[in-house]
Design a protein around this ligand. Structure first.
Ligand code: SAH
Ligand code: SF4
Length: 342
């Protein structure tokens, strides 16, 4: 097993079977995390990039079986921020020192590209990078949003397992999801993707295929989220919550894609106290603190038990910065692009 880890560390390549072996083995996980931490240090250094997450709408036209924001969940109070609120939250994050604003939301078609474009242009005046995480749009729309000044786009593939994908995503297709990712790339965005770990029926083999897909896509950012079951969804009785498997998928991704950005995800912290710090010491180099204000945080309930729902942005920024420093890392002052745009 250790020979496999050494191989991955040196050549950043493994076969599907080899990845499966690493993911299945529990005895060598500490060595795997250590190797991923070393590769992270060599390729992207000790800086941790912070991205300010603004959850601007919890309205969604999709019906993903795992997500609390799904269309058929009637047990949720829906909201959508006004342009003024989005700009206000962004300004506040910029004032706290953030160099990237992430606008994330359900697939809410009230936000037309024209409207989003206006918001992007306003935020760009603050001299920050903008990441969009707003789901599937047409090729032309992605290009329009890029031309308005957005820099990056996050769209997880969720799972590359054809059967699981169609089972958990009514009216959506894996083929279209992949096409969206390639269109995002062609439009000139830095592209972020990732998967859920621990979906019912998901195998280690399909997770290995997810990792190989990230490599094939040459993603600039990969976020791995442990699936956490939500009571108001069809997957309410599923097990999920596999922190260690998610961490292993993340660590293998770092070994195979040494120079990309990898966030320590909030879902990891939800499952394990200090989960983000453990992730930062197992290959991750990015954190996305929540900069949404007021009651909206609670209402953006993708999964239950979300951390810090009653906290304010300045507290979240201070708390995570202090934790980062306590493990001997630094908070980056740059934009944190993948490819040397500092
Ligand atoms: N609507 C956009 C962005 C918001 S959802 C999109 O889907 O791309 C952001 C991410 O939340 C999704 O990509 C999914 O991986 C994650 N997510 C949804 N439900 C979850 C759950 N129950 N547990 C953990 N992560 C979940
Ligand atoms: Fe909507 Fe995204 Fe949730 Fe799917 S995962 S229901 S697209 S918010």
């Amino acid at each position: 097993m250790n020979a496999l880890i050494e191989k991955a560390k040196k050549y950043h390549n493994l076969t599907k079977d080899e990845i499966c072996e690493l993911l299945s083995n529990d005895n060598s996980k500490e060595n795997l995390f250590k190797a991923a931490d070393e590769v992270r240090k060599t390729y992207v250094g000790d800086e941790v990039h912070l991205r300010a997450l603004i959850e601007f709408t919890n309205i969604c036209r999709c019906n993903c079986h795992y997500c609390g924001l799904r269309r058929d969940n009637k047990n949720i109070e829906r909201y959508r921020l006004s342009k003024e609120e989005i700009l206000d939250f962004s300004r506040n994050a910029v004032g706290l020192g953030f160099k990237t604003i992430v606008l994330q939301g359900g697939e809410d078609m009230f936000f037309t590209c024209e409207y989003l474009g206006d918001i992007i242009k306003e935020i760009k005046k603050y001299n920050v990078a903008i990441t969009l995480s707003i789901g599937e749009r047409s090729k032309e729309e992605y290009q329009f949003l890029k031309n308005c000044g957005a820099d990056r786009f996050l769209l997880r593939i969720e799972t590359t397992d054809e059967k699981l994908y169609s089972k958990y995503h009514p009216q959506m297709t894996l083929k279209n999801r992949k096409e969206c990712l390639y269109n995002i790339k062609k439009a000139g965005f830095e592209v972020g993707s990732g998967c859920l770990v621990g979906l019912p029926g998901q195998t280690v083999k399909s997770l290995a295929e997810d990792i190989l897909f990230f490599k094939e896509l040459d993603a600039d950012m990969i976020g791995i989220g442990p699936f956490i079951p939500h009571a108001n969804t069809p997957l309410k009785n599923a097990a999920g919550k596999d922190f260690w498997l998610a961490l292993k998928v993340m660590a293998v991704t770092r070994l195979l894609m040494p120079d990309i950005n990898i966030p320590a995800t909030t879902a990891m912290e939800t499952l394990t106290p200090n989960g983000r710090i453990i992730a930062l010491q197992s290959g991750a180099n990015v954190v996305m603190p929540n900069m949404t204000q007021g009651d909206y945080r609670k209402k953006y309930e993708i999964y239950p038990g979300k951390i810090c729902i009653n906290d304010k942005p300045d507290k979240c920024k201070a708390c995570i910065s202090q934790k980062i420093i306590s493990i001997g890392r630094t908070v980056s002052q740059g934009y944190g692009f993948r490819k040397n745009r500092s």
